[in-house]
Design a protein around this ligand. Sequence first.
Ligand SMILES: *[C@@H]1O[C@H](CO)[C@@H](O)[C@H](O)[C@H]1NC(C)=O
Ligand SMILES: *[C@@H]1O[C@H](CO)[C@@H](O)[C@H](O)[C@H]1NC(C)=O
Length: 346
Amino acid sequence: MAPAAPAGLASVAVAVAVAVLAAAASAAVTYDRKAVVVNGQRRILMSGSIHYPRSVPEMWPDLIQKAKDGGLDVVQTYVFWNGHEPSRRQYYFEGRYDLVHFIKLVKQAGLYVHLRIGPYVCAEWNFGGFPVWLKYVPGISLRTDNEPFKAEMQNFTTKIVDMMKSEGLFEWQGGPIILSQIENEFGPLEWDQGEPAKAYASWAANMAVALNTSVPWVMCKEDDAPDPIINTCNGFYCDWFSPNKPHKPTMWTEAWTSWYTGFGIPVPHRPVEDLAYGVAKFIQKGGSFVNYYMYHGGTNFGRTAGGPFIATSYDYDAPIDEYGELNTFYFGKRHALYSLHQPPLM
Ligand SMILES: *[C@@H]1O[C@H](CO)[C@@H](O)[C@H](O)[C@H]1NC(C)=O
Ligand SMILES: *[C@@H]1O[C@H](CO)[C@@H](O)[C@H](O)[C@H]1NC(C)=O
């Protein structure tokens, strides 16, 4: 406190400063070593992937309601760059690509959103979500320390974040988005490429954080995720996983409910008991965020299926099948159990 200031004025100033700080602290989504912290509360969050362009908007309210009835807290989706920017600086956000509408429906249902912007998303999606024009930008080299690529990636990522902010969709604005993601499973590439890849990963992290979303960013399958970005696990089992710093929570961004359908391979199936066991073990080891990949897999419409030999069905043997019907009733009870025991688990 400044000693020269008149006492009354100084205490008013302090009171205001404390109030502002308190508001800022409760508004931002943060994390600690145990969990993602929403509104000052550590949370065990059960999440499920529903990719909006893999169904039609008429199905969205029902899919989201079924996810909620299944005990989920969060809906996770990628953002599909090539669907949104089919030609350079010409955007499309309608029909199956109406991202804002999808997120607003999730909010209406009372669930949170984990927005995986990428904008490289893999996802068994054509060109991993990169628009084809990107390939023809002069001097470009994808997913590495390359100026033309970084400029395009930043341009699109900023566009999406600005859109979310202007629609009031981040948690501090009263919206449902509590988490985001930059890049996707970049760790193995970094291992292959070395230095330019490291420089790129660190640039991507800084670029994302500088967008001031006030929600944590994750990088999945990236052991080197620079602070404050949380590295997370993707896999059939993740109970072996710990984040790269002790102050980060243990998160499983893709708990594979099964696998994608391909030509020439059997239709994939994973016994739900095995999945439930994997999830229970992860929570027992201190995990606090689990995302079922997929919760509704849906359909690769048009020519969106990645290749080679990936089928139009993206059913994934998920809890909600390709057509929007429930595959199993197993999940709801178990998730209710986690919610009930949240305080002691935390
Ligand atoms: C994206 O690039 C266009 C030019 O192609 C520019 O007008 C726009 O401001 C850029 N957006 C951002 C967020 O950098
Ligand atoms: C983010 O916040 C910093 C510090 O307050 C500010 O300098 C920067 O301009 C902000 N960036 C955006 C994109 O809002």
